[in-house]
Design a protein around this ligand. Structure first.
Ligand SMILES: *Cc1c(COP(=O)(O)O)cnc(C)c1O
Length: 229
């Protein structure tokens, strides 16, 4: 199957799942996760109408942005403070904001570049040590802090489910993220919206849509397995 056909299938699955769960398909954005894949693959996806791509490494995002500044690049992976300058202004949305220090650095770079950087806060719902993201009980204070920064715009939350979990376990994680977003929303913080929920990947996309995902991040089902060397 070609990348174009894969995209058609994934879109079709999103539409079917949205319909089945009473969601509007237009409320769900597909982010094609192109990490490790060459620009030629991205161009194939673009031919199939895909305009939003996700990368997990700042340096790779920067290089691919230079090749195609006209499409929308999302940073979905962990961001270190010394890499912030590579992504601010290039990434349409940073999904992985998870600390006050990182928020300060993004604010500083966005101010310097005279842009408003859109962000999501990554939440570690499952509590795994190996995972980035704020814990649910640190979430409100981080959102309150972000709300005071004039060059950041917080649009919602992001999470990653744990590998090997059942559908029910995935849905528990995703429902928790949705509930956390509703809690934050109810605080009516300045400049803070909780409209976007970035959750769901190839193996758990449908669970996430069922629980309210507005952005799904799909790599393998579009570009095939990744080869790391
Ligand atoms: C790699 C990655 C994805 C895509 O995963 P697939 O299983 O290939 O769909 C989604 N989200 C994040 C944060 C990733 O790093």
């Amino acid at each position: 199957m070609s990348i174009g056909e894969n995209i058609k299938n994934v879109r079709n699955n999103i539409d079917i799942c949205a319909e089945r769960t009473g969601r509007k398909k237009s409320d769900i954005t597909l982010i094609a996760v192109s990490k490790t894949k060459p620009v030629s693959c991205i161009e194939e996806a673009m031919k199939a109408g895909q305009t939003i791509f996700g990368e997990n490494k700042p340096q790779e995002l920067k290089q691919k942005y230079e090749a195609h500044p006209e499409v929308s690049w999302h940073l979905i992976g962990h961001l270190q403070r010394n890499k912030v300058k590579d992504v601010v202004g290039r990434a349409e949305l940073i999904h992985s904001l998870d600390s006050v220090h990182l928020a300060d650095e993004i604010e500083k770079c966005a101010k310097k570049a005279d842009v408003i950087q859109k962000v999501l806060v990554q939440v570690n719902v499952t509590g795994e040590d190996s995972k980035f993201g704020v814990s649910p009980n640190e979430l409100l204070s981080l959102c309150e802090y972000i709300s005071t920064l004039s060059h950041l715009r917080l649009l919602g939350l992001m999470t990653i489910s744990q590998k090997g979990m059942s559908n029910e376990e995935n849905k528990a994680v995703f429902s928790t993220l949705k509930r956390l977003a509703e809690e934050i929303e109810s605080k009516n913080l300045n400049n803070v919206s909780m409209k976007e929920l970035s959750m769901g990947m190839t193996h758990d996309m449908e669970d996430a849509i069922e629980c309210g995902a507005t952005m799904v991040r799909v790599g393998t089902a579009i570009f095939g397995e990744r080869v790391y060397n």
